[in-house]
Structure formats: structure tokens, C-alpha cells
Ligand binder design. Sequence first.
Ligand code: NAD
Ligand code: MG
Length: 400
Amino acid sequence: MSNTQNITVLGSTGSIGVSTLDVIARHPERFRVVALTANSQVDKLFLQCQQFEPEFAVLLDADAAQSLQQKIRASGLATRVLHGVEALEQVSSLPQVDSVMAAIVGAAGLRPSMAAARAGKRILLANKETLVMSGSIFMDAVQDSGSELLPIDSEHNAIFQSLPRDFGRGLGQVGVTRILLTASGGPFRTKPLSALENITPDQACAHPNWSMGRKISVDSASMMNKGLEVIEAHWLFAASAEQIQVVVHPQSVIHSMVEYADGSVLAQLGNPDMRTPIAYALGFPERIAAGVSPLDLFKIARLDFQEPDMQRFRCLDLAYQALRQGGTAPAILNAANEVAVAAFLDERLPFLGIPSVIEHALEQISSVPVTRLEDVQQADQMAREIAIERIGRAGVGAFA
Ligand code: NAD
Ligand code: MG
């Protein structure tokens, strides 16, 4: 890598994307933005283009791309505007790109992340769905191309920081006994179970510690986010389900821990601000400023820990089940969850209906081994159809 790191930011208008550009803007001498991408947010992407002057700007949506094109032309910028999934793959694998921040939300992030992996890029992976859906294929692609994979999810970034550099030899080989994956428990950790029936989308999105996109906020409230992260940790660190213990830690100051054979537990701590893991990955192996305020331990005063309640958080239990089942089960879990969360945000499904829809999809579709990306895409499609059908047929009342 030359002195300047050339970077593509996928999902630049989202929560992670904006934080990434915030860190990049603090180090103009280190980074050059080659491409910025978004789903359909023309105005936001245009402002980002003005600030970072990328070579490419990509929108998934063709009409949105056309209006961005007009704005770009009128402003005299040299940025080329592209659209569609192939364009997302293209800007993830351009020869002049060193690193790709993969921060698209949901299954839509899979193809561009995979393109970056196949092209041997350094991948800053925020899109956990890539690993949940197709962990084996993605990790093989990373291995085959010699890609460097740096986790952005705060927990996995903390685990990465707390592991020895040669953890790829196997956790047992490097003396690791368990991964302790911390979870805040979300906004409903202490609410009586009966009160969860009438939760609104805004209540679910009001996370006590982190400010995030709406989908991941709902996942945090249901603890599906932690379930997806257990599967993510399995692939990133070659850890079995038994080696991953979720620890509820409401303050979100410890971002996760690694337990060793000698009884040591190493942790990474910090204020809950995604710019810390983002800066760690952007600067790796150096440390660079992130704009995050120092941790004030006297103000925090105490740290609490609890075992997760699997009855309250059925989604977490379902994710462990899917991981143990293997094959396409995690992809089915993920797809059914995406459909259920969208329906919940749309007020077509009550909060407690989310795990019911996922359980139904896991029961209806048999998991098959994953050998090609098509296996995953097929499972994803089937799970979406079954989930949509289930939500449509039952109506809101049936899940209450
Ligand atoms: P977000 O909803 O705020 O942003 C998503 C980005 O993806 C936007 O730029 C959007 O335009 C783009 N996008 C959405 N749908 C798309 C599609 N179909 N095709 C192309 N682009 C599309 O999401 P976020 O909170 O920034 O999360 C991004 C990813 O990072 C997710 O996978 C999430 O699980 C993960 N993550 C987020 C956080 C966080 O704090 N926000 C923490 C850990 C991991
Ligand atoms: Mg996380």
C-alpha cells in the first residue's frame, strides 16, 4: 500500500458511512476517497461528493443516479455517476482501490463485499450480513485472494484487538478458551415481558448507548443483532458456538473480551462511538485520532454484567440454533429477520412477531450445505417469500 490509502466507501450515506467519512476528513494526507455509494439518497451523496471529490459515485437506483448526474454536471465536479449492483461491485474491485469500507445494510451488501474479497482488497467489514449469509464462501474468497479482513462491528473489532495477531492458526493453538461477546441488552432489557407486545418502532429505535441505522436498532432491541454477531464471530475467528458466550453489559464500555487458558481475560474499552473501531481499521496497524472523547472511568464508576435471558430474547436463541444447524440456516434466519423487521418498522407486525416469523421460516425450509453463492441466494429468496406470506396471512392481530 502506498502512503495514501485509496478507499471506496460502500453505504457512505448511512450511519457507519458518515462516521467513516468523519474519520477520513481528519486525515486528508492519509486517505483518498475513490468511490462513494448509496441506495437512493441523492442530496446527501451529492454533498459528500462536493466534500471528497471521488472518482465515482454510485446509486443503486437509476432515477436517483440521473438526478445526481445533473447536480454533479451543474457543479463542475469530475465525479462519474454509475448505478446498479454491478457498479457497486465495480467500485469495490477497481485496481486503484486499496481498501473497501463495506457499510451497506442487509443482504444487499453481500455482492459488493464479495467483489472486494475476490479482488484481494483490504476489507473493513461492517456489513455483518455478508458473514451470516455466506461466511464459508466469503472467508474462502478472502483466503484465496489474500485479502485483509478488519472487522468494524465494535464487538468484533474489540475481539480482534484482544487476540494475538496469529489467531488464524486456531483459537486453541493460541491459548484462547472463549470469546466473551458483550451486549447492551438494548432498550427493553428490564421492561416487563408483557409490555413488549405494544412496542412502537420509535421506542425500539431509541437505543440507550449507540446511535445507529433503524434496522440494526430494531435488531439490538430484539437482540437479533447479538445473534447475528455470534454467527459473525464464528466465521471471523473460527470459534464454535460453545466458544462464544454472550455477556449482557448495559454500559457498553467493554466492547468484548477474550478469555485465555491461563485465566487472563483481555478486553477493549472505550466510549460507545463507532469512530473508534472505524479509525482502528482505517489506520491499522497504526493508531490514528478518531475524534472520540477519552473514556472517563470516574464518571462511569461501575460496570455491570448479566447472563442473557433466552426467553425474553428468543431471537438470540434462534441465532444460536441456526449456527449449530449450519448450512443455509443462518441465511434463512437473516432473510426472515430482514422481512420481519421491515414489517415491524412499517407497523404491519408487532415486535414479538419478529421471532415467530423467523422460527416459522427455519421450520419450513430445510437447511442445505453451502457450496456456491446461489445456494445462499436461493435460501434467502425462499425465506423472504415464506416470511412475507406468513406476515400477510396472519395479520397484525395473530402475533400479538
Ligand atoms: P444505515 O441504514 O444507516 O445505512 C445503510 C447504507 O447502505 C446507506 O448508505 C444506504 O444508502 C445504503 N443502502 C441501503 N440499502 C441499499 C441497497 N439495497 N443497495 C445499496 N446500498 C444500500 O445502516 P448502518 O447502521 O450504517 O449499518 C450499515 C452496516 O453496518 C449494517 O450491516 C450494520 O449491521 C453494520 N453495523 C452498524 C453499526 C452502527 O453503529 N450503525 C454497528 C455495527 C455494525
Ligand atoms: Mg455490534
